[in-house]
Design a protein around this ligand. Structure first.
Ligand SMILES: Cc1ncc(C[n+]2csc(CCOP(=O)(O)OP(=O)(O)O)c2C)c(N)n1
Ligand code: SF4
Length: 266
């Protein structure tokens, strides 16, 4: 099946700005789904609010466009009631880790079989460029016109510490790696987190003088390196890409079934 068949073309043209990284994520996510040979009916996409969250409107799966920060709570309910379906949750850094931070750590802790995709552009794109918990110090935003003093944290380290059993990172420059990581995340039984650095040229790029989409994409090439590379040893500031954790651990829905069986036996 061509990836075009997974799209709701009636909702095009899409709402993203020219050069936004979120379209690259959509394209490569669909390639992952196509590679797995999944039918539309086997997938539920649940999203919150944000430019990133708008992905759910463009895919012809079962979709739920919910409220800001709460996508993982809705997704948990969907997965528990229909565990045979693949549940995918695309979120922005604000959606996943500011207002949604609590849901994120507890979904990871439970190891529920959901694929969480964090589209990290280090800013609130949809609402006009406010800083997010992932902006980092020194960043300019509409809410930090003289530079942000809040420190950021590492999504990968947070996900690992909270108990996610599949944790990976890539960028929109590394489009084929998005397909590969999302494919493996969907196949993984447990809570999977794929962080994708995704450019927002309109707000982050413009405010922080990072140039347009091409310059921002090139920057992802320059500031990242594969996990454990020689380059990382020489330059510890580089951001690593690849799979950090991939472990089999008891999954929440299976454990729930086991407890129910015990309870029924008395
Ligand atoms: C409960 C609630 N609080 C705040 C908002 C306003 N709001 C909408 S999207 C958004 C942040 C978007 O940033 P992010 O999640 O990082 O996604 P992006 O738009 O950058 O892709 C905010 C604060 C809202 N819709 N609902
Ligand atoms: S505001 Fe930023 S995140 Fe939103 S569509 Fe435009 S470029 Fe993308």
């Amino acid at each position: 099946m061509a990836i075009k068949n997974y799209l709701r073309e009636r909702f095009f043209p899409h709402m993203w700005c020219p050069g936004c990284g979120h379209g690259i994520v959509l394209n490569n996510l669909l390639r992952a789904v196509e590679g797995l040979g999944l039918s539309k009916n086997e997938i539920v996409m649940v999203s919150g609010i944000g430019c990133s969250a708008r992905i759910s409107g463009y895919v012809d799966f079962h979709t739920l466009h919910t409220i800001h920060g709460r996508a993982l709570a809705f997704a948990t309910g969907v997965k528990l009631s229909l565990p045979e379906l693949n549940v995918i949750v695309p979120m922005g850094d604000g959606d996943a880790l500011a207002i949604g931070g609590n849901h994120f750590i507890h979904a990871a802790r439970r190891n529920i079989d959901i694929t969480a995709i964090v589209m990290n552009n280090r800013i609130y794109g949809m609402t006009g460029g406010q800083y997010s918990p992932l902006s980092g110090t020194g960043i300019l935003a509409t809410t930090a016109p003289w530079s942000n003093i809040d420190r950021s944290f590492d999504v990968v380290e947070l996900a690992i510490a909270a108990g996610a059993s599949f944790v990976a990172r890539t960028t929109t420059y590394h489009a084929q790696q998005i397909t590969d990581l999302v494919r493996q995340a969907i196949l993984h039984e447990g809570f999977s987190v794929v962080e994708i650095l995704s450019q927002c040229p309109t707000h982050f790029g413009r405010k922080n003088k990072e140039g347009g989409a091409v310059e921002m994409l090139n920057r992802y090439k320059q500031v990242t390196t594969p996990i454990g590379s020689k380059k990382k040893q020489e330059n510890p500031d580089l951001i690593e890409r690849g799979i950090f954790v991939q472990e089999e651990r008891p999954e929440y829905c299976s454990e729930y079934d086991r407890i129910m069986e015990m309870a029924m036996k008395g």
